[in-house]
Write a protein that binds this ligand. Structure first.
Ligand SMILES: [Zn+2]
Ligand SMILES: [Zn+2]
Length: 543
């Protein structure tokens, strides 16, 4: 059986094991043996240690030199016979030294599958296809300078424990994910987005590092501190998991906190053709040939604060309403009054609606656009006409809930049609409560109905009910989703928590206090009497 570096192997029989996201352990498809998360991490540590010892022994047989850049600090290792004048990443002077220490050298590598000639052709093809872009015209004469490098990365594969929530509040939900091999860049000098642009790489093609791979190639040494690497891994994992979480939580403004402590991590060298000359920056994936080019000019993105958007939306809608009324034959003052009144209600609603967006201040963010060949994203989609990276099975994140003292996988549903209908019915009832009571009183005699009797109620309910529905009704939907437990065979069953509310002595006491202890009881009785009068007026019982 072919063993691949990225596989986790069964503790009992050594066959590749698959991750069981529900039980959070690796399970052998061959003998059924279970391999824990820590065993998996230990297996790879063992592999790295053996490889490290072997490399340290073998390095003496190769005449390698190391150069350190006096400007950006990049360190590159290559065969002594090769020449390298000037830092390939910033162009400044290099200091040479003999290379005998293999520390900082990854134990795994994905070898080049695209030759330098092919990479140049790919880049030329990109330039021809993007003739209109200034990047293409600047890049074309420099293509001869394209050079291959093995760049240091960190492969992260394994379980991701997440805590996810909406940015505007609601519940925090525990969620389990599995990262099926993500690469995190370990170079400080290189543009992260440019490198992201030419991904994906296929981690299944990873092999143990041999010095023969370094022959005739330049190997860049990692220069990111452990702390910075931790941060990069965390951010990368959160970015990778966010799309699936967004779908479940039904908003873009989600917060994902990821813990990748039990994932397997392997430093690895990836094959990349790279060119950097001032503003001109391009990379070609040495495994698939995908091209990534950085824009020369910075693009600016503008963000508006939420309250500004609410005011803007109100202004636009009310201006339109005013024009409609005015054109419809209403006088200027009449149209102004109606659209002005509407504006107050609408503004309150809009303020509530927009207050859950993530950007809360005016800001301008700058960034470089990245142009890539093909439309592949980072999750292993096939590139038409490119060295294809096979589609890998990815595990969807699974939400967990404490059910009767045990963490179990669940499906969460927030805004289902039934729940939305319930919310609408409730708000309609609240809005027309005295009318409904009056209809019950006069035996549904619509002819005798006096809507004017409930005018006071409408004045209060019309602005308050929509605000209440948007602010509290929707938050309630998001805080207490419908929970479905998932059985072994995949069937879902609604789980209902036993109601904790009981009509206790304390509740009765509170009701009595509200009704009979002054001064609160005066307000309550005034409210009750007003409501009864309103119902009687509306029903037409009193004129
Ligand atoms: Zn086994
Ligand atoms: Zn440099």
């Amino acid at each position: 059986m072919e063993t691949r570096i990225i596989d986790i192997h069964c503790k009992q029989c050594g066959a590749p094991a698959r991750y069981d996201i529900i039980r959070q352990e690796y399970r052998c498809g061959y003998c059924g043996g279970i391999t824990g998360l820590e065993d998996a991490v230990r297996e790879k540590k063992g592999f790295r240690k053996m490889q490290g010892t072997r490399l340290q022994r073998e390095v003496k047989a190769f005449s390698l030199v190391k150069t350190s850049c006096t400007g950006c600090g990049a360190e590159v290792v290559f065969a002594e016979s090769e020449a390298l004048s000037g830092c390939p990443f910033c162009g400044r002077n290099l200091v040479r030294s003999e290379y005998l220490n293999t520390r900082g050298l990854p134990e795994s590598i994905i070898p080049f599958a695209v030759t330098e000639e092919e990479a140049k052709e790919r880049l030329e093809a990109w330039c021809r296809e993007n003739k209109g872009k200034r990047e293409a015209s600047h890049l074309m004469p420099l293509i001869g300078e394209l050079r291959g490098f093995y760049l240091p990365y960190e492969l992260v594969r394994g379980p991701v424990h997440m805590k996810v929530s909406r940015m505007d509040g609601g519940g925090v939900f525990p969620c389990e994910g599995f990262m099926n091999g993500a690469f995190v860049n370990r170079s400080r000098q290189l543009d992260n987005l440019l490198l992201d642009g030419m991904e994906p790489f296929d981690p299944e093609k990873m092999v143990p590092f041999e010095f023969s791979y370094a022959a005739g190639q330049r190997v860049k040494i990692s220069d990111v501190s452990d702390k910075e690497l931790e941060e990069r891994v965390g951010t990368e994992m959160e970015n990778e998991c966010t799309p699936a979480v967004r779908k479940t939580l039904e908003t873009k403004a989600v917060q994902v906190r990821a813990d990748v402590g039990s994932a397997v991590r392997l430093p690895v060298l990836l094959p990349v053709y790279y060119i950097c000359r001032g503003d001109v920056m391009a990379a070609v994936n040495g495994q698939t040939g995908k091209v990534s080019v950085r824009a020369e000019k910075v693009s600016h993105y503008y963000f508006l604060p939420w309250w500004f958007k609410a005011i803007l939306a109100t202004a636009v809608v009310c201006a339109a309403l005013f024009l409609c009324l005015w054109h419809g034959g209403m006088g200027v003052s009449g149209s102004l009054i109606i659209s002005g009144m509407f504006a107050i209600v609408f503004l309150i609603i809009m303020l509530c609606l927009y207050s859950d967006t993530e950007k809360n201040s005016f800001s301008v963010e700058a960034g470089y656009k990245i142009f890539t060949s093909g439309s592949g994203d980072r999750r292993g989609r096939k590139e038409p006409g490119e060295g294809a990276v096979p589609e890998r099975e990815t595990l969807q994140p699974v939400f967990l809930q404490n059910i009767d003292g045990e963490m179990r996988p669940v499906a969460l549903r927030f805004t289902t049609p039934g729940r939305v209908l319930k919310l609408v019915l409730l708000s309609v009832t609240a809005m027309f409560l005295p009318v409904i009571a009056a209809l019950l009183l006069n035996g549904f005699d619509f002819g005798r109905l006096q809507l004017g009797g409930s005018a006071v109620w409408f004045c209060i309910a019309v602005p308050i009910v929509p605000v209440y529905v948007i602010k509290f009704g929707i938050v309630e939907l998001y805080e207490h989703p419908l929970v479905y437990t998932i059985a072994e065979d995949g069937t879902k069953k609604r789980y209902k928590k036993r109601p904790s509310f009981r009509f206790s002595g304390r509740t009765i006491l509170t009701i009595l206090r509200v009704l009979f202890v002054p001064p609160l009881c005066f307000a309550v009785w005034f409210g009750i009497i007003s409501f009864v009068v309103m119902v009687l007026l509306t029903s037409g019982a009193i004129e």
